[in-house]
Design a protein around this ligand. Structure first.
Ligand code: PTJ
Length: 251
């Protein structure tokens, strides 16, 4: 890591740190070719949101946690960017929720799967985290999708009732919703198809969301406002927040 990225007092520290994690993951062959483009799009929206967790995103995070805790078969889906940016924290979250994670990538190649699996296995053993990692040997398909991106496992994604899909592609999100699952999306872009398709969309940056979830889980659980979550209202609030940025005199 260069000097600036290693200095926590630098004003862009967090952003540089995440970029550094992606650079390292790229060297290990973990990422899709378009991973950096996807991250750049996320950064742009995060800038417009003020690089913070807005109140409606925190509300969505609490609703998502309530859904995951109330699920009979929850699963956390991991793609290349997610493993690179928050592999350790996603494993920690799965450990607390006592659910498996499943590597489920859009641009699937055996080499990428191997790189992602071994990265997670190293974290698991060095941190002593006891979590089942699925995805290496798919034995099912997500109905309605063509090609390798449909591959999944029966004991993980296929049979899950609540699934968290950070940085998901719109088609797959739609396919998962069509299967009748409660789909939790994490996406900084409130206009994306996934954001609109999901049942609970958290418009916030992935690493902040996972840390918020871990913090919330370490506190006594409070009421979550019931099973209904108004996703459209959450997305509208995020857009309102972004548009305020343009109307502010010093924006
Ligand atoms: O590893 P793979 O093969 O599954 O591919 C992963 C990517 C992310 C490359 C793939 O799913 C993809 O191309 O995604 P999209 O369609 O670019 O969508 C990614 C969405 O995530 C965009 O709407 C971004 O704004 C958003 N995003 C990017 N980084 C973050 C983010 N949202 C939250 N936190 C982030 N760090």
């Amino acid at each position: 890591m260069d000097e600036i990225a290693a200095d926590p007092t630098h004003p862009r520290y967090q952003s540089l740190l995440l970029r550094h994690r992606l650079e390292e993951a790229e060297k290990k062959g973990m990422l899709a070719g378009s991973a950096m483009i996807a991250h750049g799009r996320g950064e742009a929206y995060d800038y417009l949101l003020g690089e913070q967790t807005i109140p409606s995103a925190l509300q969505a995070t609490k609703a998502a946690l309530a859904a995951l805790r109330g699920a009979s078969q929850p699963v956390l889906s991991l793609n290349g960017n997610v493993v690179a940016l928050a592999g350790k924290e996603m494993l920690q979250l799965a450990a607390v929720l006592e659910c498996p994670v499943e590597i489920n990538i859009f641009y699937r190649t055996p080499e990428r799967m191997e790189a992602l699996l071994s990265h997670l296995e190293v974290i698991k053993s060095s941190e002593g985290i006891d979590v089942q990692i699925l995805g290496a040997e798919p034995n099912a398909k997500i109905p309605g999708l063509e090609g390798p991106r449909a591959n999944c496992t029966k004991e993980g994604i296929l049979d899950s009732d609540v699934i968290m899909v950070p940085l998901e592609d719109g088609d797959r999100c739609e396919a998962l919703v069509s299967m009748g699952k409660t789909v939790i999306v994490i996406d900084l872009n409130p206009l994306s198809r996934s954001a609109k398709m999901g049942n609970i969309t958290i418009v916030d940056e992935l690493t902040r969301v996972v840390q918020n979830m871990l913090d919330l889980l370490s506190q006594p659980m409070q009421g979550n406002g019931g099973p209904f979550y108004d996703n459209e209202a959450g997305l509208t609030d995020a857009l309102r927040h972004i548009s305020k940025k343009f109307s502010a005199p010093d924006a």
